[in-house]
Design a protein around this ligand. Structure first.
Ligand code: AHR
Length: 654
């Protein structure tokens, strides 16, 4: 049976996730489906009273890295692109020279004059002529636009140095199409040496739009050097140097339990010199040099290790801390032994920065960076995808890291990125397995862990995704993902954690490096893919025990998948039913352990008309979860899962 939901679309997810189900949903007429093809009846039996094995309540988490402008141009709310004036042969990307009236100005990169050792250069503006109304300066067009909203306060800053009395600097938000000034502020210059200046821009009754830019201009001749120009809209929790609220809210709705950080390939870098040297990503922004990230663009590291950690704190989840282990993406590795020691020390220091109290060297550094309390930590991952290190050095590199980490921090679980030849005492606690598959391949993978040995290390599926849609997964991918999630849930006595990857993509032309990413956005808005909604549904309804269950009447290889978990705290049975066929699946579901009498099943349903059906930035809610309620008496519930449908069902147990 299908249901149509009358809840306002924007409310659907929050209603669903706050466990309010059923209100506003009405059954649609069944007539049109009567002649539709139907699968033979399947018999599902679940005994909610018999827990066969434990399930991992903390199974689902998040993973992304600086890819697809996930942070810069994404989660990190900074509006100014290339705010440290990185140049290339094309010029200084993101910036234009502003000349008004008869002003005269030349702009160039001065590589030798900057506000700090980390940022030793700056943009030099030589203003030969300028006056009121004839101003000169620079403009920045943001990350594929600059979102401006009415009645909003934007907080800005920049570093500047003057030769001659060129100030004050006027900051303006300007509409691209109209030239209208949407907000402006004057910044008085204090002396000639390098100093940091702040400004505030407040909009009035302006239209919401992303087609805007920031201008910084002067009205007097002289020379002005600029560096680290910044502008922030209101952020999640109003934190300084903070995150986009819409994206944070979307992540919170997935009910994650951890964030694997900082990557992925991002932790490795392309070459040895590009490794994620976390010490250069903390402290004042002006002391962060930035680094070349592997996904083709520069990272300013404005979103550095502390910002990663605050992200975990804001979402009330734990970090899974990946440390660089001496292997970089293009195949170089650091020889185990003496050469590797500095990297092992860096990892020890990093763990101390995350977890040490303020009496430790790096704990004190963290307190200086504004976070006195240690962050919680249980898992440390050593490297990323070290199976690609064809030199075979990972066994020895892992052993060297494991020995040092275990000696100082025996309480943490260590994750290897590929199986290692174990020496007694340095066995990994977990192995990180990655799966990127087509829908077909994902359906075929669902039994992969069913018979895997339960005696060795546990499994962390640190990256997985069904990939065919671009830039975000389509409904066929969501079906593959849901099938795979049933498999991971069924095996979550072994698979303790799993994180879809990548999480984020800026869908503006040219911003993406990796097709098929869970959440899409541009400068102004964001949307969830069908796979995102499938994850919200599964993540919000995960138990801590797997009850005894069996299914009959589903042909071998047929694309029908299920999982069952029970929450011991809430006494709820969570059933996940995935029908990836184009025929409705009638079911007789025998549910033991519910108690006698009448039962209410809360059903959340995600349906797509075809594998190709999807959500886009222009049609963000074409596919979305709908809720309904089904009632049955006794232990048998006759229920039909419609074609191409993912369902999550909650039923109270005794
Ligand atoms: O998620 C994208 C990339 O895929 C990750 O950086 C890497 O670990 C994997 O190969």
């Amino acid at each position: 049976m299908r249901f149509l939901c009358l809840i306002a679309p924007r409310l659907v997810l929050s209603v669903l996730l706050s466990a309010g189900l059923g209100a506003g949903c009405v059954a649609s007429s069944a007539q049109s489906r009567e002649s539709a093809p139907v699968q033979p009846v399947a018999h599902l039996e679940v005994d909610a009273g018999v827990i066969a094995k434990p399930a991992s309540a903390g199974l689902y988490g998040l993973m992304t890295e600086e890819i697809n402008h996930s942070y810069e141009g994404g989660l990190y709310a900074e509006l100014i692109s290339n705010n440290t004036f990185r140049g290339n042969w094309m010029g200084v990307e993101g910036w234009n020279v502003v000349v008004k009236g008869n002003a005269q100005v030349t702009a160039r990169m001065d590589r030798k004059d900057g506000p700090s050792a980390a940022l030793p250069g700056s943009l030099e503006l030589k203003v030969a002529s300028a006056s009121a109304g004839n101003e000169a300066g620079v403009s920045n067009s943001g990350y594929w636009g600059m979102a401006v909203r009415p009645r909003t306060t934007y907080k800005g800053s920049f570093y500047a140095k003057m030769d001659g009395d060129v100030g004050p600097v006027t900051a303006r938000l300007v509409g691209d199409q109209t030239g209208a000034v949407l907000a402006s502020a004057q910044v008085e210059m204090a002396g000639r040496g390098w100093a940091r200046y702040e400004y505030t821009l407040k909009t009035g009754e302006v239209a919401t739009s992303a087609m805007n830019h920031l201008e910084l201009t002067v009205a007097r001749p002289g020379t002005l050097h600029l560096q680290l120009v910044s502008l922030f809209p209101p952020t999640f929790g109003n934190e300084a140097n903070g995150d986009r609220a819409d994206l944070m809210e979307m992540m919170a709705a997935m009910h994650p339990h951890f964030i694997r950080l900082p990557g992925g390939n991002y932790v490795e870098g392309d070459t040895l010199k590009d490794w994620y040297n976390w010490k250069q990503t903390i402290g004042p922004l002006v002391d962060r040099p930035g680094h070349q990230a592997p996904w083709t663009y520069w990272s300013t590291d404005g979103f550095g290790l502390m910002e990663f950690l605050r992200w975990t704190e804001d979402l009330k989840v734990e970090p899974v801390l990946a440390v660089y282990a001496g292997y970089s993406l293009r195949g170089e590795h650091v020889a185990p032994g003496k050469d590797l020691e500095p990297y092992v020390q860096s990892a020890l220091d990093e763990v101390e920065y995350v977890t040490g109290d303020a009496s430790t060297k790096w704990g004190a550094e963290r307190a200086k960076d504004g976070h006195a309390a240690p962050f919680p930590l249980h898992y440390i991952e050593i490297g990323n995808e070290d199976q690609f290190d064809k030199s075979g050095s990972y066994d020895a590199r892992f052993a060297q890291f494991a020995e040092a980490l275990r000696k100082k921090y025996p309480q943490y679980k260590l994750i290897a990125t590929t199986p290692v030849k174990e020496k007694a005492g340095d066995e990994p606690d977990m192995i990180d397995d990655h799966y990127y598959k087509s829908p077909e391949e994902m359906f075929a993978l669902v039994k992969h862990y069913d018979d895997a040995p339960r005696t060795g290390p546990k499994v962390f599926v640190g990256e997985w995704a069904t990939r065919s849609g671009t830039p975000t997964p389509n409904f066929g991918d969501a079906l593959g993902d849901a099938a795979w999630m049933t498999a991971m849930e069924r095996n979550s006595d072994l698979i303790k954690m799993a994180s879809y990857a990548p999480l984020l993509v800026n869908v503006s032309p040219g911003a993406m490096q990796w097709p098929t990413d869970l959440i899409g956005y541009d400068a102004l808005t964001s949307y969830g893919s069908p796979s995102y909604y499938a994850q919200c549904m599964f993540g919000a309804h995960m138990g801590d025990g797997t009850p005894q269950s069996s299914i009959a009447g589903v042909a071998e290889g047929q694309r029908f998948f299920y999982s069952a978990t029970v929450s011991s705290a809430t006494h709820v049975l969570h059933l996940k039913l995935v029908n990836a066929t184009t025929m409705a699946q009638p079911m007789e579901i025998a549910l033991k352990g519910l108690g006698a009498g009448a039962h209410v099943a809360k059903v959340i349903s995600l349906h797509g008309a075809t594998f190709e059906a999807t959500n886009t930035i222009a049609t963000p809610l074409a596919i979305k979860p709908v809720e309904s309620v089904a009632r049955f008496t006794g232990a048998e519930w006759k229920h039909t899962v419609p074609a191409l449908t993912i369902e999550v069902v909650d039923v109270g147990v005794e």
